[in-house]
Write a protein that binds this ligand. Sequence first.
Ligand SMILES: Cc1cc2nc3c(=O)[nH]c(=O)nc-3n(C[C@H](O)[C@H](O)[C@H](O)COP(=O)(O)O)c2cc1C
Length: 535
Amino acid sequence: MSVLFSPLRLRDLELRNRLAVSPMCQYSCVAGDGVPHDWHLVHLGARAVGGAGLVLAEATAVVPEGRISPWDTGIWTDEQAAAWARVARFVRAHGAAAGIQLAHAGRKASTRAPWLGRGRVAPEDGGWEPVAPSAVPFADGDEPPRALEVAELASVVSAFADAARRADAAGFDVVELHMAHGYLAHQFLSPLSNRRTDAYGGSRENRMRLPLELARAARAVWPERKPLLVRISATDWVEDGWTLDDTVAFARELRGAGVDLVDCSSGGSSPEQQIPDSPGFQVPFAAAVRREAGIATGAVGLIAEPLHAEEIVARGDADLVLLARELLRDPHWPLRAARELGAEGPWPKQYLRARPPSAPPRAEPTGPVELRRATLDDLDFFVELYNADDVEPFLGGRSVRGRDELRAEIERSQREPDAFGRLVIEAGGERAGALGYRSVSDRNRIAHLEALAVHPSHRGRRLADDAARAVQRYLILELGYHRLELAVYGFNRRAATHAERSGWVREGVKRKAYLRHGEWQDAIQFGLVAEDLEQ
Ligand SMILES: Cc1cc2nc3c(=O)[nH]c(=O)nc-3n(C[C@H](O)[C@H](O)[C@H](O)COP(=O)(O)O)c2cc1C
């Protein structure tokens, strides 16, 4: 059973699965009107049709001066709310919950759309003067924002409450308050941007004051039965900035304020930030907040593989997985992921004729994963495995996949077991996949791993990871190899994630390693010696 495709209950709302469309600004309103148009309907609607459990609309401004750009959506007028109602209705009609992110950009307001080169939009060109907790610009040399007077803060709070009320009237199931990415609420939280000396600045307690007022005000008007989410930046990634400890303390307060889930992102406060870019790099924040603050969390950021998403939920690191760019690349990612994880995908009835032949049920682990040397009895299995359309061998390509070549490989593996191997992966005594190795230096005892493939009916069980570990031990401990190597095609992200998870040490990138479809591809190089073997 896939946990990613199990329902998630938040208050009275049940999401059909744990996948959410992360909010994404589209900069696609008619300049200045803040009204969502056909683009927003089609963009968000497509992702509901694609199977996400929750579709969160982009950062939507609660006041005109809170927009990041003149092309942002807003929800400060009834006209805007009525246009949102059409979007929410469509999303809900297709089985997803409809959510909206309420936002105020603070000092990061009044900029151009990214494709127009960012930068400030001047008041004479339809821009405005940004406001912030303090007159501190985001980057040195930027025009400083205007510091908000204490007396103005109450109107910021009521703008968020009014927006939540309108979101309810528009039919949204979920509201997410944007307190991340260096926008207004985050500007109050972070000591980098908040230099106030009144009750809203200084100590952490004071810096949390306005964001908590926003959460309480939204909760007070947002229906009891509907969940309220908050997106935070778990760290500024800058020394002396906001930290994970601060986040945990803040998340505890948010829980007390009636927030149901904390969506854990990071960064956005300073151009000095040093952000890593490895898969799932923000997941540990979701795990820490969930564990230490006792609140449901969402994990986001460089999550691309279904199995990775599945593991995040299965390990208890997060309750919800949010995807942004991967869902721009493929709005039907959830349908594809469901198949890969052996779950029943939420296929719209209009698309049923395109549903792949009955998604193979994901086999539950039936026993330990073992390796054995292939015999000619396995030949049919090898032919099927390496020729199946949806089998992309993890390591090494498909160049030698004809029956005769596979037969020759199996024979060679039996003849020269020390130098060459074709091994069958068995799970609970059943053939589940295959992998191979060849000696690349007999004198130095170096072997190269290749052609690891898992049969589609056995996907999603970490079988490949177990097999990779088993072959590492077999080659080093039984055959006495000193060093193992492995190269992953640059384009095969799933294989790179798999390699990192199964204990391989990343050693670098080999430029132009393969010619594929007439184009040179880089390869990621991994290596391993006895000391690296997992105990
Ligand atoms: C086009 C685009 C627009 C975005 N706009 C928002 C936004 O409105 N609100 C927000 O919280 N994050 C926004 N983000 C950040 C994403 O929600 C997400 O946190 C980030 O892209 C990392 O996830 P990913 O690796 O799956 O893309 C945006 C990202 C992209 C690519």
